[in-house]
Design a protein around this ligand. Structure first.
Ligand SMILES: [Zn+2]
Length: 276
């Protein structure tokens, strides 16, 4: 990041302040969006708060606010403080899917220990084949991934025949993620419209991210959702953005600073992320 010190007409300054007030974004965020639009520079940046390893090790406390997450992206996924449910960020709104199955929009002051977001700006807008399973979903998305060494964001919209999801319940403090995952709730939804919010991360990112595909589901009526376990759907509208810029924001909390993150957590993470 660089600093910009400049002189602009008072009328523009007033309009800028009004936009900041209206959107609840920072001045920097509004100017960056305006400049990137004027200069034709799209910023394919993935912004991540904390690391998957920290989550596995039980660093679940609030590290960042939803307001701050939404300043860095309008699309993505994560979890909430104390591991209280799954997060879906869609069209600039953050939704919380609790272990009870209840879905609500998270307020700007809600906290999260981990989130990954981008300003979704897809360069591919296609239609998938009918999808009969998670494996087929991944195969459909693979067709639009021309590298295994960068990140991708996938958005799929349409009618879902069947969706199986899970949502975490808040575990006792200091429980590792693999043990917390045992207390998750699972849900099956049939015949509904919705969206899959997905990220694909390269294998080398396993030290700090979740390698491979990671999808969260949110129904169109915003009443159902969760971390995707299995799916039958489609064909679905499929949009893809390749992401070549990665921003990792490390927490400054005591819990993060003191956590032992030296061990590989790949296996524990795989266990926690998948159906079992
Ligand atoms: Zn998830």
């Amino acid at each position: 990041m660089a600093n910009l010190d400049t002189t602009i007409p008072r009328s523009l300054m007033a309009a800028l302040n009004a936009e900041v007030e209206r959107t609840k974004r920072t001045t920097s965020a509004v100017i960056t969006a305006a400049l990137s639009q004027y200069l034709g520079i799209t910023l394919h940046t993935l912004f991540q708060v904390s690391t998957s390893g920290a989550l596995v090790a039980g660093v679940y406390e609030r590290e960042v606010s939803v307001r701050s997450i939404l300043e860095h992206g309008d699309f993505g996924l994560g979890t909430f403080a104390h591991l209280d449910g799954e997060m879906v960020v869609l069209d600039g709104h953050a939704f919380q899917i609790k272990g009870t199955g209840k879905v609500s929009e998270a307020g700007p002051d809600a906290g999260a220990p981990f989130a990954v977001v981008t300003r979704f700006d897809p360069e591919i807008d296609a239609q998938s084949d009918p999808i009969g399973s998670s494996a087929e979903l991944e195969k459909s998305c693979d067709q639009y991934r021309n590298s295994g060494n960068i990140f991708y964001a996938f958005r799929l919209d349409g009618h879902f025949t069947r969706v199986r999801t899970r949502a975490v319940n808040p575990p006792a403090p200091h429980t590792r993620l693999a043990d917390a995952a045992r207390a998750q709730s699972e849900f099956t939804f049939e015949g509904l419209a919705g969206t899959l919010v997905g990220l694909w991360s390269p294998g080398f990112s396993s030290a700090f991210s979740i390698p491979g595909y990671h999808f969260h589901f949110l129904s169109e009526d915003r009443k159902h959702g969760g971390h995707l376990l299995d799916v039958v759907a489609g064909p679905l509208r499929l949009r893809v953005e390749a992401l070549t810029d990665f921003h990792l924001a490390l927490p400054e909390s005591e819990a993060f600073l003191k956590a032992d993150l030296s061990k590989s957590t790949t296996e524990e993470l795989a266990y926690a992320e998948h159906s079992h």
